[in-house]
Design a protein around this ligand. Structure first.
Ligand code: ADP
Ligand code: MG
Length: 245
């Protein structure tokens, strides 16, 4: 579904991504792991078009998206959860999610085919998604009154609301308590069951190995090793990479 082919990206003298290649298979959960500074978030920014690689190619559903804008890439069916929160703190959960739907409605191709949703449809969609992330009782809470983990769930809901077939999540459980981690793991497995393809950056090994079908380990801007969770778990190279942190 997605292929990163020998991508490079430097910031000044820092080689953030240096010859990174890997693939993501459809209908599976793939995890991108590796020590801090390995280049994982940069790879996400490159895939979603926020920054452009110096060299290398990114292929999504057989299309070369290397030079496309973030909007064009999003319109091809890619949605994303950012590492840092992007909720409006002074708006309610529902308002934040309605805003996300409205954003999506401004996409010109939707207006073109007259597919804008009615207010009632939008509210229905928000309720449905809040149920999926087990936040249905928090619809009218102001975002600033939520715990960190609850905010993450709302952001996850927002990423899911964005029409997509491919979902990218940057550290969905960082700073989230064990109970909510389990909720998020359950949501991801449910999304997979529904046929979604997920690429996940995660630092928490236990979480990663409990949800991922395939694990890609990055170190110093490139792929160190990839494989099934059981093989990665016991790989001495991977242990070594994390010990150096
Ligand atoms: P990870 O997500 O694996 O922790 P990042 O992709 O965030 O790693 O960062 C990889 C390297 O690139 C780090 O050394 C980081 O400091 C550097 N880097 C990332 N983004 C920028 C940027 N916009 N400007 C300068 N350096 C950056
Ligand atoms: Mg990161």
């Amino acid at each position: 579904m997605l292929k990163a082919q020998n991508i490079y990206k430097s910031f000044g003298g820092v080689k953030a991504v240096a010859g990174c290649s890997f693939g993501v298979k459809p209908n599976l959960i793939t995890a991108l792991i590796g020590p801090n500074g390995a280049g994982k978030s940069t790879v996400f920014n490159l895939i979603s078009g926020i920054i452009k690689p110096d060299t290398g190619k990114i292929i999504f559903n057989e299309k070369d998206i290397t030079k496309k804008s973030p909007e064009a890439i999003s319109n091809l069916g890619m949605s994303r959860l950012f590492q840092k929160s992007r909720l409006f703190n002074n708006l309610t959960v529902k308002e934040n999610l309605l805003l996300a739907i409205d954003n999506e409605d401004t996409k010109f191709w939707k207006n073109l085919i007259g597919k804008n949703k009615t207010a009632k449809e939008k509210e229905g969609r928000v309720k449905e998604i809040l149920k999926l992330v087990e936040m249905e009782n928090f619809e009218n809470y102001t975002s600033r009154d939520l715990s960190f983990g609850q905010k993450r769930l709302v952001e996850l809901a927002r990423a899911i609301l964005n029409p997509h077939t491919f979902l990218m999540l940057d550290e969905p459980v960082a700073g989230v308590n064990p109970k909510l981690r389990e909720v998020i793991a359950k949501i991801l497995l449910e999304l997979k069951r529904k046929g979604e393809t997920i690429l996940l950056i995660e630092h928490d090994m236990r979480f990663t190995f409990s949800v991922a079908d395939w694990v890609v380990v990055m170190q110093e801007g490139r792929v160190l090793v990839e494989g099934a969770p059981a093989d990665i778990k016991n790989n001495p190279k991977v242990l070594q990479a994390y010990l150096g942190e």
